[in-house]
Design a protein around this ligand. Sequence first.
Ligand code: NAD
Length: 335
Amino acid sequence: MSATTITVIPGDGIGPDIVDATLKVLDKAGCQFDYEFADAGLTALEKHGELVPQQTLDLIEKNKVALKGPLTTPIGDGFTSINVSLRKTFNLYANVRPVLSLKGTRARYENVDIITIRENTEGMYSGAGQTVSADGQTAEAMSIITRDGAERICEFAYQLARKEGRKKVTAVHKANIMKSTSGLFLKVAREVAERYPEIESQEMIVDATCMKLVMDPSQFDVIVTTNLFGDILSDLCAGLIGGLGLAPGANIGQEAAIFEAVHGSAPDIAGQDLANPTALILAAVQMLEYLGLAEQAGKIRNAVRDTIAAGECVTRDLGGNAGTQAFTDAILARL
Ligand code: NAD
C-alpha cells in the first residue's frame, strides 16, 4: 500500500516552527506519510508574488488532506483573507474546533469538553461589503445564509454528535434580531434536531451563550453555529482551557480537508522559540482520526497530555520556561 501524501503548508510567523514540531511528532508516532510542501501567505507573496499560488491549490486538490501553519493576511485593500478563500475554494463547509481541559495548564476550569461546529463558508464572515457613501464614511457588509448551507452544517453537527456519543447539541443564533439570516439558520436547526430524537437539542442566543460559557462551561457539549459567531465562540472556548496555544481546528468538506491551529501567526513571538506547538499537534491528531488512524492519534494525544500535566518542560504560555523545541523533545521522549 502506498503511503498517504499530505500537503504541508508551513505558513508565516510561528508557522514553520510549529509545523516542524508537528511533523517530528507524527514521524515518531509511526505515521508513514509522504509530505509535499507548499507556500501560502506572506511567505508565498514574497517568493511567488501571490498569497496563494496556483501550485499550492493544485497540491491541496491532489492530496485532499493538508496540514497548515497559520497565515498572515496583509492588512489593506486588495487582500482578501487567505483562510477564507481556501475554505471557499475547497468548499470546506465544516470547521470543527474541539476544546478539552488538560491538567497542568493555567486554565480557570477543569471540566471543559466542547466541540464548536462552525459553518465555514457563509454568513457575516465572507468579507463581502463596501463603502456606500461618496465621502467614504458609511459602509455596509453582506451576510448570506442559505437553507442548504444551514442544513448541511447542522446535519454535520448531529452526525458527529452521534458518532462520538455526545449527548447534547446547542444551536447558537441571534434570530431575535437578525430575523432573516439567523432566523433561517434557527428554523433549519430545529428541523434537523427533530431527526435526532436521541440527542438533546437546545437553542441559545449568542450573547447569552457567551455569558453561560464563562459561568459554567460544563453545561455545553456540541455547539453548532454560523460563521462569525463560531469564530468568536471558538476563541472564547480556547480561553476556557488555557489559551490559543491549545486549540486545534479542522476544515472539512466533501472533497478535501485542511487541519490547522485556531490561532494566527503570532508575529509578536515569531522566530523566538516561544510558540506552543500543541494546537497544531492536536490538529494533526484530528487529521489522523479523519484518516482512520485512531491508534496513532491516541498515542500522540496521550503524550501531549502527559507532557503538559508533568509541567517540567512546557512553554511560557503554560507557565513554563521551555522553548518550542525543548517542549517538542519532551513530547517525543514520551512517544
Ligand atoms: P494570533 O492568534 O496570531 O495571536 C494572538 C495572541 O496569542 C498573541 O499574543 C500570540 O503571541 C499568542 N499566541 C498565538 N498562538 C500562540 C502559540 N501557539 N503559542 C503561544 N502563544 C500564542 O492573533 P493575531 O495577532 O490577531 O493575528 C496575527 C496574524 O495571524 C494576522 O495576520 C491574522 O490575520 C492571522 N491569523 C491567521 C489565522 C490562520 O491562519 N488560521 C487565524 C487567526 C489569525
